[in-house]
Design a protein around this ligand. Structure first.
Ligand code: AMP
Length: 427
């Protein structure tokens, strides 16, 4: 299928060309025609599938005709990064249309947003809290809104935004079309969609989508040796840009510090950061100033960085869905990527759930030179025989000491970590 089959206007087709999109992704193929026909759609798809253009293109097509200078499309998104990205997509795809979009989110001063709203944008992309402020203060008029999009509805629910989202939906009673996107369908989202969508068409893009271009590997290791193993793994692997997930804000911060000390150019993002720090970490990761970004799930949601070669789960996510979300950041748009997960014995249930979703067993890998038996280790394969333990060079040393903590770098890129030594096990 090609984009020409959607009969997009020449100005919008020019935006598609400018972004270099050759053919529609599966969600675009399935969702664009019904959205263009005016139907309400429930899209079950995660970030990385091309869902933004799936709603942005039909919205631009609708708005190209009709009045200008009033808000006719409203997109609600859970995070500032996602709101910025959606706003950017509207700008890029609609660059020839003369339509205007504005991004509205908290954590930054009101002034520029007020000015942008006064200029009369046709599209508003907003996070719920700040948008409600504008609604209450009467600084945005949503009564002309024709199309409402609720993006990443499940994440909105996770972050406790659903009451705000419902309030916003009440503020756009005159809308003609509502679109909702969510990677998963928890009960609350099912209830919300039943309340706000009229005779919706459900479009689902299966979990297998990222798996086709991503290869997966598990690295069994004791909890207390994770950082040492990770450093060994990073030193022995050729990477481009690496996104590492941890379970908590505290672990994100601590791990980033440990990696910095080990010589890796590392930034981190977690919920406690201010908007400026967060933006500079993201910008630095995008530009290649940092090779590694350590993040929590929520902070990383919506990050759209191209060229991530590796997603590493320092901590196994809680659910198979969360796993799929995380690894959706690599292997995008026909690039290949690797998803590594450090697993402990406690992760066995989630590993099984992920393997069920992927439909195959994930390869277990061991680093041949890594000391899995360092003192204090609770690794399940630890030898029981004390004589065997004594024969190991690092046994009883108290901590793992990698051979080299200073990765050498390729000066050419943009954040490439070059190994000094390559482990045989990592191909
Ligand atoms: P999204 O799921 O909307 O966050 O999109 C994920 C990435 O895929 C973004 O970098 C988009 O620019 C890119 N993308 C969207 N549609 C296409 C397409 N048809 N062909 C190639 N890349 C695309």
């Amino acid at each position: 299928m090609t984009f020409t089959e959607f009969n997009l206007s020449p100005r919008i087709a020019a935006g598609v060309d400018a972004l270099g999109y050759q053919e529609p992704t599966p969600i675009q193929e399935q969702a664009i025609p019904p959205i263009m026909a005016g139907r309400d759609v429930m899209g079950l798809a995660q970030t990385g599938t091309g869902k933004t253009a799936a709603f942005a293109l039909p919205i631009l097509q609708r708005l190209e005709a009709g009045p200008r200078g009033r808000v006719r499309a409203l997109v609600i998104a859970p995070t500032r990064e996602l709101a910025e990205q959606i706003h950017q997509s509207f700008r890029d795809l609609g660059q020839q249309t003369g339509l205007h979009s504005v991004a509205i989110y908290g954590g930054v001063s009101l002034g520029p947003q007020l000015q942008a709203l006064r200029r009369g944008p046709e599209i508003v992309v907003a996070c719920p809290g700040r948008l409600l402020d504008h609604i209450r203060q009467g600084t945005v008029n949503l009564s002309p809104v024709e199309v409402l999009v609720v993006d990443e509805a499940d994440r909105m629910f996770d972050m406790g935004f659903l009451p705000d989202v419902r309030r916003i939906i009440q503020a756009v009673p005159g809308r003609q079309q509502t679109l909702m996107f969510s990677a998963t369908m928890p009960d609350d989202i099912r209830a919300l969609s039943a309340d706000v969508l009229k005779n919706p068409l459900t479009v689902q893009i299966g979990h297998a989508a990222p798996a086709e271009t991503v290869s997966h590997a598990l690295y069994p290791v004791a909890q207390n040796l994770k950082t040492a193993l990770l450093i060994d793994l990073l030193q022995g692997t050729e990477t481009h840009a690496v996104l590492i997930f941890t379970r908590t804000k505290h672990r994100t911060k601590r791990l980033a510090e440990q990696l910095q000390r080990a010589g890796f150019r590392t930034a981190s993002i977690q919920g406690n950061l201010g908007q400026n720090q967060r933006q500079s970490a993201l910008d630095g990761f995008r530009s290649g100033k940092y090779d590694i970004l350590v993040a929590t799930d929520i902070a990383a949601r919506g990050i759209d960085v191209t060229g991530i070669s590796h997603v590493i789960n320092y901590d196994m996510p809680d659910t198979a869905d969360a796993y799929t979300h995380r690894i959706g950041r690599t292997g995008r748009a026909e690039r290949t990527g690797e998803a590594y997960t450090l697993v402990t014995a406690e992760d066995a249930d989630t590993v099984r759930a992920v393997e069920r979703v992927l439909g195959s067993k994930i390869e277990r890998r061991f680093l041949p030179e890594f000391d899995y038996h360092a003192a204090g280790s609770t690794f399940e394969r630890e030898p029981r025989d004390p004589r065997e333990r004594q024969s190991r060079p690092n046994a009883g040393r108290g901590s793992y000491a990698p051979r080299s903590r200073q990765p050498s770098r390729d000066p050419g890129r943009t954040g490439q970590v070059r190994p000094e030594r390559r482990s045989q096990a990592i191909v």
